[in-house]
Design a protein around this ligand. Sequence first.
Ligand SMILES: Nc1ncnc2c1ncn2[C@@H]1O[C@H](COP(=O)(O)OP(=O)(O)OP(=O)(O)O)[C@@H](O)[C@H]1O
Ligand SMILES: [Mg+2]
Length: 249
Amino acid sequence: MRIISISNNKGGVGKTTTTVNLAAAMQILGKKVMVMDMDHQAQSTYHFGINPNKVTESIFDVLKGEKRYHEIIIKRAGIDILPANAELRNIEFLPLPAKEFLLKENMEDLEGYDYVLIDCPPSLGVLTLNAMAISEYILVPLQAQFLPFHGMYNLFEAVQMVKKRINRNIEVSGIIGTMYNPKKSISREVMEETEKRLPGKLYSTMIRENVALQEAPSWGKTIFEYKPDSNGADDYMALTEEVIKRFEE
Ligand SMILES: Nc1ncnc2c1ncn2[C@@H]1O[C@H](COP(=O)(O)OP(=O)(O)OP(=O)(O)O)[C@@H](O)[C@H]1O
Ligand SMILES: [Mg+2]
């Protein structure tokens, strides 16, 4: 089993799109996959066609210790989803010590999955720390649209701190270029600069800008259900093959 946080403290870089479609491609390739939605915006829950407003038992109940993982699973597209809803925001107000270790309880329930993917919120707050406390790996989506290195350093610094204080076994396993436009020089520059500064981390598959990827969430479908013949589907399948190869070789 591999537990992977999909994280970047910058918003709107493709974390949710990557979590959902990576999970879907892994499932198509025969892997047993769980997706954990750790964002109170509940966008990966929504992307799988689950209305967060109707979710009565969410990952927040697991964090509170009132439910175990397997009690809140919703099955969709062959994937086990641990849904979120807006309640997740209330983690700030839970009167508990050591709030970054709440997901760590009952982790034996996660055995049996090939991959557990965690969609993190765009911050380095307590929800992200919970995700990082149980992850071995972090995948960082990076929007190939402008030079974002300042934010990236915050993330890498945070990972170093997590390594020291919360989870010694975590590492950034790779960076995924998203919203890539081969016609724009900025897209190429961002990727060249990433390779220069963080050699060997960037996956060679870039996720191109693709309207179908943008449309699929409102239909509650993964890209493979919504438009299996799109560039988005091709790119996420190629990326997933590369990710699996890197993890399983
Ligand atoms: N390759 C792509 N091409 C076109 N649009 C994309 C692509 N990837 C993501 N998008 C769109 O960009 C927006 C942001 O993507 P997404 O929600 O995946 O980012 P995020 O990092 O999860 O955001 P947040 O930080 O708010 O959680 C969404 O509207 C999504 O549909
Ligand atoms: Mg998101």
